[in-house]
Design a protein around this ligand. Sequence first.
Ligand SMILES: NC(=O)c1ccc[n+]([C@@H]2O[C@H](COP(=O)([O-])OP(=O)(O)OC[C@H]3O[C@@H](n4cnc5c(N)ncnc54)[C@H](O)[C@@H]3O)[C@@H](O)[C@H]2O)c1
Length: 305
Amino acid sequence: MPRSEQNPAAEGVSQLVEDTTVPSAPQPREFTPIDPPVVREPRKPARESGLLGKVVVITGAVAGIGRATALRFAEEGARIAAWDVSTETAPQLESAIKRAGGESHFQALDVSDASAVESAAAALVGHWGRIDVLINNAGIVRDAQLVKWNGGSPESIMSEDVWDSVIGVNLKGVFLVTRAVVPHMIKGGGGVILSAASVVGLLGNFGQTNYVASKAGVIGMTRTWARELGKYKIRVNAVAPGFIATDMVRAMPPKILEGMVARTPLGRAGTSEDVANTYFWLASDQASFIHGAVISVDGGVVIGT
Ligand SMILES: NC(=O)c1ccc[n+]([C@@H]2O[C@H](COP(=O)([O-])OP(=O)(O)OC[C@H]3O[C@@H](n4cnc5c(N)ncnc54)[C@H](O)[C@@H]3O)[C@@H](O)[C@H]2O)c1
């Protein structure tokens, strides 16, 4: 059979030459600079994440998305440094991390307290020697309209206290924890930083001036740190969850919750595990070229309704 019939691309080159040879095994080709040899490493199983034994700091780890994230990393044999201002359920979290296959080191701290954060980072490095992954998950909401107008005068406003508390935890806290952790990552030769943004940091939201400002700020810091820290092999990304069924949102009136599901094209609230799986994948070797990104985990809310 003429070679040109086997390979139409070769037509015009060999069509005049009848090929009478018996087909044999493909021969190695010579490579040119535009077709460089690909050195393939043996393929790793999909579950091999590169996170076994890695030291993962998770802020706000005792509840909701933080807890699910701690357990997801523990399943892969990571060492979990759980940092939370709430200590009540910390012992249960520590046992659950161990049952899932990880190691646990809990530290009680408020992420908006600079000296507590610096001490916790130093204590952790004293304990495990390094920090590989940081997940800035701790966050709070304190909703109020900027100015609620009623009968020709303001009925209420967003107070400075309400503004400061949310900015203190969600924005300054992310800044303080990341600033404390980065030198240890640089010394260790790299790392991964993931931060909780929110779909409302992209879209805005009624009654959430403070929260939206904090989450938009997290997106801005993520992009800035991606530029500053890439050269140290530190990958930096943000995750923007939509409506995730945790205590943070369960406290809202049912009418608002129903409205949130109605605005979600997938027609359901997300789970903490939906977000935990995203953090896990972003921290893994599978996401080694994802940097400076904001990944929506929102059932499609961000595309608008
Ligand atoms: N649940 C959602 O629908 C949703 C949507 C978008 C973004 N997010 C973000 O995801 C993150 C986790 O949300 P969640 O729903 O799991 O919240 P959650 O309220 O269930 O848990 C928050 C955790 O953070 C801890 N925390 C609060 N303030 C702290 C502080 N000052 N220092 C240390 N720890 C502190 C709490 O004790 C708690 O363990 C938050 O940053 C939140 O803004 C959540």
